[in-house]
Ligand binder design. Structure first.
Ligand code: EPU
Length: 335
């Protein structure tokens, strides 16, 4: 059912919980709802708002926010040990992970507890602990607003990269993702090589799907603040990628600096480590701060505005630039 709201408060619709209003907001369940919504023409300013976990409003939004709310999860196909699951855009990502783990289906357990909705997962290609949504997404279904038509893209055409996809590029502002298809496996395929994962899994009695999920949830709960308690959007910055030469130059001065060589020759650095080294971890400025256990996360300590969070973000970027000569881009969308 299509439900429309006018001049609606967004503070409980984003994980930063900053005060802002939207001129219009529409919750849509079906493609017919989308058709009805855009029947009178495409508004000058509109965008999709999913769980609001990766967005910072620095002022009121004068356009239309479209919120997909359909929440079905269903098995579409089974071929050998491969099970393809259809997931509506409005499903909470972690509900999908719990659903898969309960059915002994492997592939997304390392993505446990990532806040957000399934429809948003392909947009920034969510990732954690050595796994990305793009590794398991087989297809993405969407409604094209300008042409009033439906489009399905295979994963190969989604342009998945580190926190990147075609939905952030050429298709930005043109489509509403309605459903994704996720390919899971009945054959165990544990990925434990990232950080403390293996140790935490062993501590729980060994490699089972359930233990991996529990281990990942526990690691995340230790490092990342709960958005219900303290407004935040997970990693505020992306890990920067620099050239091999640049990484070697930095390592001369900072021999302990974490470096992750990429297949294309670039080197990914840890933005959290870089920020930590500037001394800003745990820093507070009025109602905003840098989280004390994970420097990548900026937090609303209570009642902050989006502009205050943004000012802190600029300060953090400047500190990293000054100390390392490295630019760190924001992962969060800033409006
Ligand atoms: N580090 C520090 N200080 C900090 C944070 C990190 O020294 O305050 C160091 C760590 O010790 C480690 C390195 O930096 O050597 C990397 O840290 P970590 O393994 O915790 O991961 P990350 O690079 O900080 C990324 C994702 C997270 C994801 C984790 C686990 C990005 C921007 N962030 O963080 O994703 O959960 O890996 O896979 O890629 C998110 O996107 O919202 C998010 C939380």
């Amino acid at each position: 059912m299509l439900q429309e709201f006018q001049r609606i408060d967004l503070s409980d619709r984003t994980s930063f919980h900053v005060g802002a209003r939207a001129a219009r907001l529409a919750e849509v369940e079906t493609v017919d709802d989308l058709r009805a919504l855009f029947a009178g023409g495409v508004p000058g300013q509109w965008m999709v708002l999913a769980g609001g976990n990766n967005i910072l409003f620095t002022h009121d939004y004068e356009g239309l926010l479209v919120v997909p709310v359909a929440r079905r999860i269903e098995v579409l196909r089974e071929t050998g040990d491969r099970v393809t699951v259809g997931v509506d855009a409005g499903v909470e990502w972690d509900d999908l992970v719990a659903w898969a783990v309960d059915r002994e289906l492997w592939g997304i357990e390392n993505l446990s507890l990532i806040p957000g909705r399934a429809g948003a997962a392909p947009v920034q290609n969510i990732g954690a602990y050595g796994c990305e949504a793009g590794d398991v997404i087989e297809r993405v279904h969407m409604y094209c607003v300008e042409s009033d038509s439906l489009l399905t893209l295979d994963a190969a055409h989604c342009g998945f990269g580190y926190r990147e996809s075609v939905f952030k590029g050429a298709l930005r502002g043109r489509v509403v993702i309605t459903r994704i298809e996720v390919g899971l496996s009945r054959t165990p395929q544990p990925r434990l090589c990232y950080g403390d994962v293996e140790r935490e899994v062993e501590a729980r009695g060994g490699v089972t799907l359930h233990n991996i999920r529990e281990a990942i949830c526990s690691i995340r709960r230790t490092k990342l603040p709960d958005t219900a308690v303290m407004g935040n959007a997970g990693s505020f910055f992306k890990n920067p990628v620099v050239s091999e030469t640049e990484a070697a130059r930095l390592r001369m001065t900072f021999p302990d600096m974490p470096c992750y060589p990429l297949a294309d020759g670039g080197v990914k650095l840890a933005a959290g480590w870089l920020i930590d080294q500037t001394g800003l971890k745990g820093y507070r400025d009025g109602r905003v701060g840098v989280h004390e256990r994970q420097a990548l996360v900026l937090v609303n300590l209570g009642g902050a505005t989006g502009a205050e969070v943004l000012a802190l973000a600029r300060k953090v970027q400047a500190a990293v630039r000054e100390k390392f000569g490295v630019e760190i881009d924001t992962e969060v969308n800033i409006l």
